[in-house]
Design a protein around this ligand. Structure first.
Ligand code: PLP
Length: 409
């Protein structure tokens, strides 16, 4: 895709030209300007509608314009939007209690994004190790092809050269090993290492699901060597896999976990959760953020989490996720250049032998938003409320589009 909108789109959607004029071109945007959404459907400035299998990249779990989110936003915005974290608030406290009651964790810290949740995790691990072992033990082992964010610390923790390019010097103290390779990790976790950071399923890396024995081995290694295990569940947490947290599928719990994306269904919010033993390392004054866990976003997140847990969305996600993968498997049987279909619940990847960009573009032309990562892996992360009929519509369009790739012209 080109960075700026096509001439035709610019005429029909005047915002595109304005954005290209006034904003940094940090995003290679598609040439549509979205103005409205409802459920799994969004509309552009020219009135064309799209079925959305991107969902803000795994954010809008309950869909667009969720009536629940709208109601809570309205009620809470009339009560209290923001006060400083110098004071206690009810929504923030109740959200923390709910997250703790439904996870391995005992404590929460709230922030505004996935990168900030990982920043908090990195800072907590370093400070804990500093107090327990002294200043030498600050290394964090991360995975090749991982993605942890774009702040200086989190891009330093990200195992992708293209994301680090031009930002040297990076933050010191990160080592990288191949994902799903216990032997390599064993070599890397020495006495300089305070933590290992892993996505339980790599999202940006191409929907890569590790083996259960691998995560069990990672846990064992961390325990034997006195290092912490951090899970980055920013993309795969909050019900996306059909369990509240992706690591539940593997039965291996971490010491620290980061969340964001779907946490408040599109309002900016992140969270870092951890075990009680780490609490003393994050005492008063050790970490803070102005907007973290405002009453407004916390009230929304509390309602979203309650809905995910109580309204059957986890079961629904498992059911439609399996259905989706089954339907994509039939396409794999039909088209030789489809290498693999993988994922859990509603994070689904389809690896191709051909570039995915033109397929994403063709889908958009037909009224479907999908995403491509690592050039050749189509990634589908729709709202958890997506219906089988909507999946059918996408698969039928994909069938036509893949068919034209198979026999170009
Ligand atoms: N970690 C993972 C696994 C992610 O997928 C992302 C974003 O895609 C991040 C961290 C960064 O989150 P944010 O963009 O909210 O800073």
């Amino acid at each position: 895709m080109t960075m700026s909108g096509t001439e035709e789109n610019k005429k029909e959607q005047p915002t595109i030209a304005l954005a290209d004029r006034y904003m940094f071109p940090t995003y290679a945007r598609f040439p549509i300007c979205l103005v409205r959404g409802e459920g799994c459907r969004v509309w552009d400035e020219a009135g064309k509608s799209y079925l959305d299998f991107v969902g803000g990249i795994a954010v809008c779990a309950l869909g667009h314009s969720s009536p629940l989110v709208a109601r809570v936003l309205e009620e809470q915005s009339r009560k209290l939007v923001h006060v400083s974290n110098l004071y206690y608030t009810q929504p923030q406290t109740e959200l923390a209690q709910l997250l703790v009651e439904h996870s391995f964790a005992d404590r929460c810290f709230f922030c505004n994004s996935g990168a900030e949740a990982n920043e908090a995790a990195i800072k907590l691990a370093r400070r804990w190790a500093h107090e327990k072992y002294g200043p030498e033990r600050y290394h964090i082992v991360s995975m090749a092809n991982s993605f942890h964010g774009r702040t200086m610390a989190t891009l330093s923790a990200t195992g992708q050269a293209k994301i680090q390019k031009g930002y040297d010097p990076l933050l010191q103290g990160f080592k990288f090993v191949p994902f799903n390779d216990l032997e390599a990790l064993s070599q890397a976790v020495d006495e300089s290492v305070c933590a290992v950071i892993i996505e339980p399923i790599q999202g940006e890396g191409g929907v890569v699901v590790p083996a259960r024995v691998y995560l069990e081995g990672v846990r064992r290694l961390c325990d034997e060597r006195g290092a912490l295990l951090i899970y980055d569940e920013v993309q795969v947490g909050m019900g996306r896999t059909g369990r509240l947290f992706a690591h539940e599928h593997f039965g291996v719990t971490p010491d620290i976990m980061s969340l964001a994306k779907a946490l408040a269904n599109g309002l900016p919010m992140g969270a870092m959760l951890a075990r009680e033993a780490l609490t003393p390392a994050f005492g008063p004054g050790s970490h803070a953020t102005t907007f973290g866990g405002t009453p407004l976003v916390s009230a929304v997140a509390r309602a979203v989490l309650t809905s995910i847990l109580e309204d059957g969305w986890l079961d629904h996600c498992r059911e439609v996720g399996d259905y989706f993968k089954g339907r994509l498997e039939t396409l794999r049987g039909k088209y030789g250049f489809v290498k693999e279909v993988r994922g859990i619940g509603l994070i689904v990847g389809m690896e191709l032998d051909v570039p995915g960009g033109p397929i994403v573009k063709a889908c958009m032309d037909e009224g479907f938003l999908i995403n491509c990562t690592q050039d050749k892996i189509l990634r589908f992360v729709p709202p958890l409320i997506v219906k089988k009929e909507e999946i059918d519509q996408l698969v039928e369009a994909l069938d036509r589009i893949l068919g034209s790739v198979a026999s170009p012209g």
